[in-house]
Design a binder for this molecule. Structure first.
Ligand SMILES: NC(=O)C1=CN([C@@H]2O[C@H](COP(=O)(O)OP(=O)(O)OC[C@H]3O[C@@H](n4cnc5c(N)ncnc54)[C@H](OP(=O)(O)O)[C@@H]3O)[C@@H](O)[C@H]2O)C=CC1
Ligand SMILES: O=C(O)[C@H](O)CS(=O)(=O)O
Length: 480
């Protein structure tokens, strides 16, 4: 791996300001199967040590002014952007997304550190008119304390950044446990955090192959005030159960099953562009990917033809190679899920329009299937891969009912131009986020999160601070 700064390829865990070696686990490049690094496999005792250190360090970090925390975060942001090429290369190697997309993730992750560094100066409380003549009421906002984070492989930089940024801005400390598949983006962030002056213990990265045990420890440890997690709903449910014993605060960004609706009055070229990014960004491995595409009967054939042409132009390959648009799937299990969803849909009457073939390794052809029945698995389960299923509908009422027929409610998208319809559909979709005439909604300035079994809380925007702050009500009496 060719880096301008080879020290960013860090294989050690970062615990309380110290780089930790020990037993290791291998990290492989999903495009080639090659081992790219052997990374410290932290024990649960190491996790406990990081939590203990975070508990001590948090007090001094919270005692700094918002402006002081902001200055450190600004420096961290600047260092991440200066290292964007190297961080993108590391991310591409461990996760597989094409280099341009990986560098885009670095900028996206860094934008949260920039945004919340600014928010650190604006943690405003309240004064409330007293309820009795001698009373004065003040509401403070204080940091919740130590935060334990478990993050996924699909955005190994941004999913840490989107959590650690509001946490540090609020005055919390943070112990991150990245996915076993993609720890190197996290350790590289720790290298730059140390250089930026984030104090020892305020941000630690415990790399290991012990996900369940680490989650159990974070949920049970009384020094951890809060868990923040991005990943499957299945694991989110486990963490909620485990956190119940200590009433652990939870921020959960979980699975999705985004509907993508195309109405008769849509701009079809725009809708195709939107479908391409909503479906095939990160090779379909995002929680907000369009999982099912509903097209109104009047434009179904025209849209299918345009979309098929766009999908056929995608170029799967090694993300480091020029012109590659689509990387490998993360592992064999991901390929199996895609194949299962495809064969299930075809067995129920769907038709493969383009793609449909495994390409060797964990590469899979970007695929369009049409005439998908509502009973197909792709209609109800998150595919997390490059299959675009088209489902025809007739009426607005019908498609909103179909769209909402899911236990998930993270993102939804639709293309239409009639203003009354735009408002009806936007208000009718049971999701936390709606893209209207756009397929890309993720930004640090807006509240990202879902309803139903897609999670709890919001990340990004001014609302993103709330999950890391506690309200304290002061009632002063005897004032006359
Ligand atoms: N909402 C989102 O953005 C994401 C959703 N998903 C959904 O989840 C499905 C499976 O993907 P997968 O990566 O397996 O997602 P998981 O939810 O299994 O993994 C997400 C993170 O949780 C960790 N983890 C796994 N089991 C536990 C546990 N019992 N306690 C605590 N932490 C745990 C994983 O560790 P490790 O990987 O080291 O085992 C990883 O760091 C995907 O197909 C997709 O549907 C997945 C990723 C992101
Ligand atoms: O977890 C994910 O898939 C990310 O949240 C997707 S996004 O933030 O890049 O849209």
């Amino acid at each position: 791996m060719k880096l301008n700064d080879p020290t960013l390829l860090e294989t050690r865990a970062y615990i309380n300001g110290e780089w930790r070696e020990g037993d290791t686990f291998a990290v492989t490049n999903p495009a080639t199967g090659d081992v790219i690094a052997n990374v410290t496999d932290c024990s649960i005792a190491d996790v406990q040590e990081a939590i203990d250190g975070a508990y001590v360090a948090q007090k001094a970090w919270a005692a700094k002014t918002g402006k002081e925390r902001a200055a450190v975060m600004r420096k961290w942001y600047e260092l991440m952007m200066e290292a964007q090429d190297d961080l993108g290369t590391i991310l591409c190697a461990e996760m597989g997304k094409p280099l341009a997309e990986a560098k885009g993730e670095i900028a996206y992750g860094a934008s949260f550190i920039e945004w919340f560094g600014e928010e650190a100066k604006r943690v405003y409380g309240d004064t409330i008119p007293g309820h009795q003549p001698d009373k004065r009421i003040v509401v403070l906002k204080q940091p919740v304390g130590v935060v334990g984070a478990i993050t996924p492989w699909n955005f190994p930089n941004a999913m840490i950044a989107r959590k650690v940024a509001p946490a540090l801005a609020a005055g919390c400390s943070f112990v991150a446990r990245p996915a076993e598949l993609t720890p190197l983006s996290a350790t590289a962030m720790a290298v730059l955090a140390e250089r930026a002056g984030v104090p020892a213990g305020v941000f630690s990265v415990v790399t290991n192959s012990k996900a369940a045990e680490t989650g159990q420890e974070m949920c049970a440890n009384p020094k951890v005030a809060k868990i923040t997690f991005t990943g499957s709903t299945r694991v989110g449910q486990i963490l909620m159960r485990q956190g119940a014993d200590t009433i652990k605060k939870m921020s959960l960004e979980l699975g999705g099953n985004a509907p993508f609706l195309v109405f008769d009055d849509a701009d079809l070229d725009a809708a195709v562009d939107g479908a391409m990014i909503a479906k095939f960004r990160n090779n379909g491995q995002t929680c907000v990917c369009a999982n099912r595409i509903y097209v109104q009967a009047g434009v179904y054939d025209a849209f299918a033809k345009k979309l098929s042409a766009a999908i056929s132009a995608l170029k799967p390959g090694n993300g480091m190679d020029e012109g590659v648009t689509t990387g490998p799937l993360i592992n064999e299990a991901a390929v199996t899920k895609v194949e299962e969803h495809l064969s299930d849909a075809v067995s129920k009457g769907a038709r493969v329009v383009t793609g449909g073939n495994r390409l060797g390794g964990t590469f899979f052809e970007p695929t369009l299937i049409a005439d998908v029945p509502a009973t197909a698995k792709v209609s109800h389960e998150e595919t997390f891969g490059p299959i675009a299923p088209l489902i025809k509908f007739d009426t607005e009422e019908e498609v909103i009912a179909l769209a909402n027929d899911s236990e998930f409610g993270l993102a939804g998208y639709f293309y239409a131009n009639d203003l009354a319809r735009v408002w009806r559909v936007a208000e009718g979709l049971e999701t936390g986020m709606v893209g209207i005439n756009t397929g890309l909604i993720s930004t640090e300035v807006a509240p990202f999160g879902g309803v139903k079994q897609s999670g709890l809380g919001r990340e990004g925007s001014k609302y993103g601070m709330d999950d890391y702050l506690e309200l304290k009500y002061l009632c002063m009496g005897g004032i006359s």
